[in-house]
Design a protein around this ligand. Structure first.
Ligand code: SF4
Ligand code: SF4
Length: 338
């Protein structure tokens, strides 16, 4: 989120709204990545598997997303999947309209198919391509979205490369340095982000990182960013990785983001991962950034997170009062909240 949107975001919280929205725009994906949280059986709160959820196409999807955006009025929208590029025709129509509505859009993709060239001229759009390590590991996990295919499909774009670090990537000297080096040399990569694998409660997979491994990775990344300026890892984000929130209630990211699945109404909670998460091992870069911001003290007194919690409570109370007033008032046809 741009710094200029912090004050509007706070204003929204005070009015009882969540300023961020995340939409799984489709249930479809041609990949079968190990560790994909979207297709875990408990991803959605009512345990309906994502592939069995209703989803939309064509004009129904375009109008459905616009309706949701008008209803929630987010400052920032994350479009995730499934694979969003499955619906590239609809996105061709939607993205310019979202830009006209002054919504910042982050679109997270595997780049399994070409990203339309015209998207490079949409000012609100930030493309993020998921890359699971160096080519051998990535290609094993993410075929058919292999390195070779991605490099063709992102040509002409400027985007962020996002690597979620799993246990399978560690134990090899200079692995992350090689990764940063490879992507720093690609002109398409404007920034490189790292996240750490975030486990579910019963996760015994080979991807899950041990506490001492997290510490080791973070100290490697601290060094790597010095030599590779495209690696965006400010101190405050590193601090967030070192000290994740204890629970969703303490996670500013979860508390400020509404997450909807492919039917555009089913909520995902407590955050976009869904399921039963181990927050103390959270490695989400967005949560890390917000967690550390929350610890800053304004004028040496109150932390941002305590001001946020107070604002949120106040906003929810005001929202309830406004809701009660609305319930007794005639319905207005122009009311964006219906
Ligand atoms: S591309 Fe994304 S949604 Fe598709 S299987 Fe991989 S992680 Fe899951
Ligand atoms: S983003 Fe991380 S800390 Fe926040 S609720 Fe999800 S798993 Fe927990």
């Amino acid at each position: 989120m741009k710094h200029t949107k912090i004050v509007p975001a706070w204003g929204m919280i005070l009015r009882g709204h969540r300023p961020f929205l995340s939409i799984e725009i489709t249930r479809e994906c041609p990949l079968r990545c190990p560790g994909c949280y979207a297709y875990e059986p408990n991803h959605l709160q009512d345990n309906v598997p994502l592939r069995q959820l209703r989803d939309f196409q064509g004009e129904a999807l375009i109008q459905g997303v616009l309706r949701v955006v008008r209803r929630y009025r987010p400052l920032h929208l994350s479009i995730v999947g499934g694979e969003p590029l499955v619906r590239y025709r609809e996105l061709d129509v939607l993205l310019p309209q979202l830009d006209a509505m002054n919504v910042e859009v982050q679109l997270v993709t595997s780049a399994v198919r070409p990203i339309p060239r015209t998207w490079g001229t949409i000012p609100c759009l930030h493309l993020v391509v998921s890359i699971d390590g160096l080519q051998p590991e990535h290609d094993r996990r993410r075929a058919p979205a292999t390195y070779e295919r991605i490099l063709k499909n992102i040509e002409g774009h400027q985007l962020t490369v996002h690597c979620t670090i799993t246990r399978l990537m560690i134990g090899r000297a200079v692995y992350f340095e090689q990764f940063a080096d490879f992507w720093s040399k690609r002109r398409e990569a404007r920034k490189i982000w790292f996240s750490l694998y975030t486990p579910q409660e019963d996760d015994s997979s080979a991807d899950r990182l041990r506490p001492e491994e997290r510490i080791q990775i973070l100290s490697e990344l601290r060094e790597i960013r010095r030599n590779f300026p495209k690696v965006e890892l400010p101190d405050r984000v590193l601090e967030g990785f070192y000290c994740p929130p204890d629970s969703p209630d303490q996670c500013i990211f979860a508390q400020t983001t509404t997450c909807l699945s492919a039917d555009l109404s089913t909520r995902i909670g407590p955050c976009q991962f869904g399921g039963r998460l181990v927050c103390q091992e959270c490695g989400c870069v967005a949560s890390a950034a917000m967690a550390s911001t929350g610890r800053y003290r304004i004028a040496g007194l109150l932390t941002v997170s305590s001001i946020f919690a107070g604002s949120k409570k106040l906003g929810e109370r005001l929202g309830k009062i406004q809701g009660a007033a609305k319930a007794t008032a005639p319905i207005s046809a122009g009311d964006p909240h219906g």
